[in-house]
Write a protein that binds this ligand. Structure first.
Ligand code: SIN
Ligand code: CO
Length: 374
């Protein structure tokens, strides 16, 4: 992190050692999602998919009909699937390996599959990315060039003057890290080439502060004293009736100070709540045969409780936020510590399950935010 993160590209050969080891043993591993299974995601409404063809460049948004999905044997196309961590446990698993970076920065896992020659063309991204080769080989060319002008005549964001400075062929298990704005071009060398990319989110300061401010404003609802009306017994007769009264300004300044509205700590709960909101397209359904509260507590003793793949959980100190809500508020110490453990480990293992019957944990289970691992 010190040397490369957000600074310079890094090629990691054998980032997933299992690929090279299995190849040595003569039983090569392949992507945990075989081509035919992956391609089926292009038919689904819930999965954000894109098809990019080269020679000439064209771009289409999914979902696609069966007929529109290219055959693996044909060249010069790639299909990209966004947010696959929500749709496949292996994608979710790989994303969890990147928890050396704070959860608040992790976005999602994208998977691309391509025919020989397929790729999205030379481009740059505004976010950091880890590109993991999961099936077949891909040639990556990169450049830290200053000229990032795009070709105005294409339906895709493709660089006008890409001049490769370095290039490598990535084998399954190899990984390339790129900081934002490094130009890159990945070309599939084998049919069914799969690249899994770990993507990050970096909200603007405007977004963070606005979201924090809105929630801070809402939180004033919970302070009954603020219902008190402004009073100005010290007001003197004035010759400047049009001016906002000094008395009002002074009293407000005292409130701002008392409420610490001028300190960052006041914004952090709202910002954490915002960052813990699930993606817009996420949806949750409660369990079909929901356990009753007693049975829920009992089940905690034998099964792992985990966040549903689209659930986001973040902590601010000892407080835990799940899917945009502060879930530790007004909870028993047992429930608070269960949430803290869920937030830190992304699973809850209760050896001696405490009574969590009436907890927000049980509510989150009913809402489908938390599920029992099978
Ligand atoms: C790909 O997987 O082909 C594209 C990933 C990227 O360049 O960001
Ligand atoms: Co890219």
């Amino acid at each position: 992190m010190t040397r490369y993160w957000h600074k310079k590209p890094l090629l990691v050969r054998g980032a997933i050692p299992a690929f090279a080891l299995s190849a040595q043993n003569g039983e090569p591993l392949d992507s945990p999602i075989p081509s035919h299974e992956l391609l089926k995601f292009a038919l689904q409404d819930e999965v954000e998919s894109r098809l990019v063809r080269a020679k000439p460049w064209s771009f289409n948004q999914g979902p696609f009909s069966k007929k529109a999905i290219p055959s693996i044997e044909t060249p010069d196309w790639t299909l990209l699937f966004q947010g696959m961590d929500a749709h496949h446990p292996s994608a979710n698993k790989i994303l969890s390996w990147f928890r050396f970076i704070p959860d608040a920065r992790l976005d999602d896992l994208m998977i691309s599959i391509a025919g020989i020659g397929g790729g999205v063309g030379p481009h740059f991204d505004s976010y950091d990315v880890f590109l993991i080769q999961m099936s077949g080989r891909r040639q990556w060319k990169i450049s830290e060039q200053k000229d990032l002008s795009l070709n105005p005549n294409l339906p895709l964001k493709i660089l006008q003057n890409f001049k490769a400075e370095q290039e490598w062929v990535l084998e399954p298990g190899d990984m390339l890290y790129l900081p934002p704005h490094v130009a890159h071009d990945g070309i599939a060398l084998d049919a069914g080439c799969q690249t899994w990319s770990v993507g990050f989110r970096s909200p603007s300061f405007k977004e963070l502060l606005q979201e924090g401010l809105w929630r801070l404003a809402e939180s004033l609802e919970d302070i009954p004293e603020l219902e008190n009306k402004f009073a100005d017994p010290k007001q003197r007769a004035t010759l400047e009736a049009e001016q906002l009264p000094d008395e009002l300004i002074q009293q407000l300044a005292v409130k701002v100070k008392e409420l610490k509205l001028n300190q960052i700590e006041g914004f952090l709960p709202g910002i954490t709540a915002y960052l813990s909101e699930p993606k817009q397209q996420a949806f949750f359904t409660g369990p079909e045969d929901a356990l009753n509260p007693k049975a829920f507590t009992k089940q905690l003793g034998s099964k792992l409780l985990i966040p549903q793949a689209q659930t986001r959980i973040l902590s601010l100190g000892k407080q835990v936020y799940c899917n945009g809500e502060l879930v530790t508020q007004g909870q028993t110490p047992a429930a608070v510590s269960a949430w803290q453990s869920l937030s830190a480990n992304k699973f809850l293992k209760a050896n001696k399950p405490q009574n969590l019957d009436k907890s927000s944990l049980y509510e989150a289970y009913l809402a489908g935010w938390l599920i029992f691992e099978h």
